[in-house]
Design a protein around this ligand. Sequence first.
Ligand SMILES: NC(=O)c1ccc[n+]([C@@H]2O[C@H](COP(=O)([O-])OP(=O)(O)OC[C@H]3O[C@@H](n4cnc5c(N)ncnc54)[C@H](O)[C@@H]3O)[C@@H](O)[C@H]2O)c1
Length: 315
Amino acid sequence: MRALVTGGAGFIGSNLVDFLIRKDAEVVVLDNLVTGKRENLHPSATFIEGDVTALSDARKAVTGCDIIFHLAACRAVLQSIDNPLISNETNVTGTLNMLIAARDEGAQRFILASSSSVYGGAEELPTPESAPLYPRSPYAVSKLAAEHYCRVFWEIYGLETVVLRYFNVYGPRQRPDSQYAAVIPLFIRCLLSQESPIIYGDGRQSRDFTYIEDTVQANFLAATTPTSDCAGEIFNIACGEVHTLRELLNTLGDILDITPTPHSTDQRPGDIMHSHADIGKSQSRLHYTPKISFRDGLTQTVNWHQEHGNLFSRK
Ligand SMILES: NC(=O)c1ccc[n+]([C@@H]2O[C@H](COP(=O)([O-])OP(=O)(O)OC[C@H]3O[C@@H](n4cnc5c(N)ncnc54)[C@H](O)[C@@H]3O)[C@@H](O)[C@H]2O)c1
């Protein structure tokens, strides 16, 4: 397999690159390093520093690749609320560029990193892929638009597209040092530095936290499953079980042998109360099985933070 991973210097993309190289794939990475880090780049991957919003960069990166994993994105909901044009440009125009390049260069399959945010807090829990969609942020709108482009490129041009809707991915290399950092690295950093973690809302919000290894596994399955089972399809990729933010904090406290003292404040715009995936379709069609338990995943993540805390600048 010769694979392109856009966003391959980022959290999920770089873990995927490492896995593909262990599987003997030839890997090209396209990344503009806006949030990705050089230290995440695998030495055996061919790195193209470039931008998915430039069609010429997209074409250069796709050349000779049969599988495209498209993960490059502005991934933060709050960033999209602050600057919807940037998330639209990166996530919609960027995806369209990658699809055009993949079509023109004769790539076989295109796998999109989409997001559970397209459901916008579904009433049906656990939520199947067929649930009504109600994006509540510019980020979620951009991911939904990208999903539709994928379907259209399968239906019109025959490019095999597979959409993966990730649910709250966490694990090593997810960083706490950005104003848009995700909850797990933020909680871990607070606990390790003896600060009070902030909980937005009452802490009863629940999430289907998915360990990075399971997300990587899902990408590999999306690349290797027969066309008839996955082309033009959408799959929830999650753990399939939920935990509240308070449970999350208490489990982290338990792992670190610390009693957390959270500070509560107002819920944030674009936040939803509950998110829980029905993963039946991924299980039956992709043969996806989440393997890492919540506690084991958090323990491995805490270990990584303890080893790499010195990488993070305070912002
Ligand atoms: N982390 C999650 O919980 C989660 C949940 C749902 C969906 N996703 C999706 O998964 C993907 C990866 O997310 P992540 O958490 O690894 O984020 P990340 O920020 O670590 O990775 C994104 C990567 O894309 C690169 N990038 C951004 N804009 C680019 C551009 N214009 N051109 C080239 N490269 C660009 C960044 O430098 C970075 O390396 C994103 O598409 C995100 O929307 C993530």
